[in-house]
Design a protein around this ligand. Structure first.
Ligand code: ADP
Ligand code: MG
Length: 321
């Protein structure tokens, strides 16, 4: 039921893009998948920047060994060819306004918390626009001197609903401003973020009924309402069955007909555990199959119950680092 080869191919396909957005319901593994993709790409020599939006700093916790103490507004190194940045909206407003005012000195002079708050109040979705502008600058930055810029950007997006409105924002802003520099920038962002040749969206989910129906719904909305290049659906935390297929078959053959009467209490307990596990596995598989029937690009990641999650997933996928 877990096919590491297909999942590994999916990760490598995403690693060949310029910009990958990772979204999904909260707690399904968006940040974990962001880190996994980044580590795989970096291990293959793809210079990768992991992008967090607005100081959630979950990425740093996944790189506790030798990681910097803080991931901030400027990219920091996590590992060879792997970097991270946290685009927080306060810093993004300062840099946006200093660009608009043409002077960082003037900007830092006039910008204080009051100005920033005024900006938020005066501009609808101002916070989001400046965050996206910063992302756009990073993605389109030229290669300065002999310093190599990044090949791949992996963005740890907010949950699906918020992610959808973020991705729709450039089109909305472009329409609202019509002409002028803001409209022009909005259209450039739209092109850079939504072009399926360069960008991809991955949706993380788990094999549970609610999560599956929400994923099908958001998959449609991302494509139709967001015109987003949805490329992968990651079913995370798929448990390894306690009994593999051969063992389950043996168990079924040996299962006492007419209940567990006549077997020892210990044997009955083991039998109950087997029944429970087979039922659970069947349910999870049903959800996984429902998703595969409904959507293209569905792959899975195993539930890791012992040790480090990222390392556990990498071991399953055969990603040796
Ligand atoms: N495959 C997995 N097996 C076990 N635990 C996992 C797996 N994927 C994620 N987790 C754990 O689940 C929690 C939520 O994952 P996270 O990536 O932070 O989700 P999100 O970013 O979508 O909120 C974290 O504690 C993470 O370590
Ligand atoms: Mg997260």
């Amino acid at each position: 039921m877990f096919d590491p080869g297909t999942t590994a191919a999916c990760v490598d396909d995403l690693a060949a893009k310029r910009l990958v957005f990772v979204t999904g319901k909260g707690g399904t593994g968006k940040s974990t998948f962001t880190a996994l993709l980044g580590r795989r790409a970096a291990a293959r020599g793809v210079r990768t920047l992991l992008v967090e939006l607005d100081s959630r700093s979950t990425i740093r916790k996944m790189f506790s060994h030798g990681a910097p103490t803080k991931i901030g507004y400027q990219p920091v190194a996590l590992a060879p060819d792997l970097f991270a940045v946290d685009i927080d909206s306060e810093n993004a407003v300062v840099s946006y306004l200093s660009e608009a005012l043409g002077s960082h000195a003037i900007a830092t002079m006039v910008i204080n918390n009051r100005v920033i708050r005024y900006f938020y109040d005066a501009v609808p979705a101002g916070r989001e626009i400046v965050v996206l502008s910063r992302l756009y600058s990073l993605v389109t930055a030229g290669r300065a001197g002999d310093e190599r810029e990044f090949d791949l950007f992996v963005v740890d997006m907010p949950a699906s609903g918020h992610a959808l409105s973020l991705l729709q924002l450039p089109a909305t802003a472009g329409g609202a401003f019509g002409v002028g520099p803001v409209a022009k920038r909005a259209r450039q962002m739209e092109e850079a973020f939504l072009d399926p040749r360069r960008s991809a969206l991955a949706i993380a989910t788990i094999p549970e009924e609610m999560a599956v129906s929400e994923t099908v719904e958001f998959h449609r909305r991302f494509r139709e309402e967001g015109r987003a290049p949805v490329r992968a659906v990651i079913v995370n935390m798929l448990p390894d069955p306690f009994l593999d297929e051969a063992a389950a078959m043996l168990y079924r053959q040996a299962r006492p007909a007419g209940g567990q009467g006549g077997v020892s209490p210990a044997a009955a307990a083991v039998a109950r555990a087997c029944e429970w596990d087979m039922a659970k596995t069947a349910r999870k598989m049903q959800h996984m199959r429902a998703l595969q029937d409904a959507l293209p690009g569905v792959v899975s990641l195993p539930l890791v119950e012992t040790g480090e999650v990222l390392e556990g997933i990498e071991a399953h996928l055969g990603f040796l680092i």
